[in-house]
Ligand binder design. Structure first.
Ligand SMILES: CC(C)(COP(=O)(O)OP(=O)(O)OC[C@H]1O[C@@H](n2cnc3c(N)ncnc32)[C@H](O)[C@@H]1OP(=O)(O)O)[C@@H](O)C(=O)NCCC(=O)NCCS
Length: 165
C-alpha cells in the first residue's frame, strides 16, 4: 500500500466499476489520439450489461488474472493477463494524483505470467500507450488494426512483445 493505493485481484462484483474506470481512462487520456467514432466505440457513453457480463466471465475464468488499482475505495485502473495464451490484455489507469499506478499493475501482471512459465507476452497496444509499454521492456513488432466487434469498427493498434528470458 502506497499513499492509500491498493493493488488487488479483481472480484466478479468489481466488473461494472472496472468498465467505468476503463472508459474514463480512454476518454481522459486517449481521446486526442483517435477519431471520435473510435473513442465512442472503444468507450461508449452507456455501459452495456453485455460488456459487464463479458468482463465478469473473464474475471471468473482461471486462465485470466485481473488486477485492480483502488484509491480511496474507488477503482481507478485495472489490467489483465492470460498467461495460458501468453497475452497481456492491456492496462488502463484513470488520471490520478499518485503516479506510477500503470507501471505497478503491469509489473505485477508480468511477474504473474513469469511465475506461470511464460517466456514471452504479446499484446496489441493503443497508439497512445506504445511508449509506456516500450519503457517497460516491450518492443514493437508491427502496426495494424484492432477490430471493435461491438461497433464493427477498426482502430489503429501497435503489435508488441515482451521477452522474459
Ligand atoms: C497507458 C497507461 C495505462 C499508463 O498508466 P499510468 O498510470 O498513467 O502510467 P504510470 O504513472 O505508471 O507511468 C509510469 C511512467 O511512464 C510514463 N508514461 C505513462 N504513460 C505514458 C505514455 N502513454 N507514453 C509515454 N510515457 C508514459 C509516465 O510519465 C511515467 O514516467 P515517469 O516515471 O518518468 O514520470 C494509462 O495512461 C492509460 O490508461 N492510458 C489510456 C488508456 C490506454 O490507452 N491504455 C492502454 C491500452 S493498450
Amino acid at each position: 500500500m502506497t499513499n492509500g493505493l491498493v493493488i488487488r485481484r479483481a472480484g466478479v462484483g468489481d466488473a461494472r466499476n472496472i468498465v467505468e474506470a476503463h472508459h474514463a481512462a480512454i476518454r481522459e487520456k486517449a481521446a486526442a489520439h483517435y477519431p471520435a467514432e473510435v473513442i465512442n466505440a472503444w468507450a461508449p457513453e452507456e455501459i452495456s450489461d453485455a460488456r459487464v457480463a463479458k468482463l465478469e466471465d473473464h474475471i471468473a475464468a482461471e486462465e485470466f488474472l485481473t488486477l485492480v488499482a483502488e484509491l480511496g475505495g474507488e477503482i481507478i485502473g485495472f489490467g489483465q493477463v492470460n498467461a495460458s495464451k501468453n497475452v497481456l490484455g492491456a492496462v488502463y489507469v484513470r488520471k490520478n494524483p499518485v503516479g506510477g499506478v500503470g507501471e505497478r499493475i503491469l509489473t505485477e501482471l508480468i511477474a504473474h505470467a513469469k511465475a506461470q512459465g511464460c517466456r514471452f507476452l504479446a499484446m496489441d497496444s493503443s497508439t497512445n500507450a506504445e511508449a509506456f509499454y516500450r519503457r517497460n521492456g516491450f518492443r514493437t513488432t508491427g502496426y495494424g488494426k484492432h477490430h471493435i466487434s461491438s461497433a464493427k469498427i477498426d482502430m489503429d493498434c501497435v503489435h508488441m512483445m515482451l521477452k522474459m528470458e
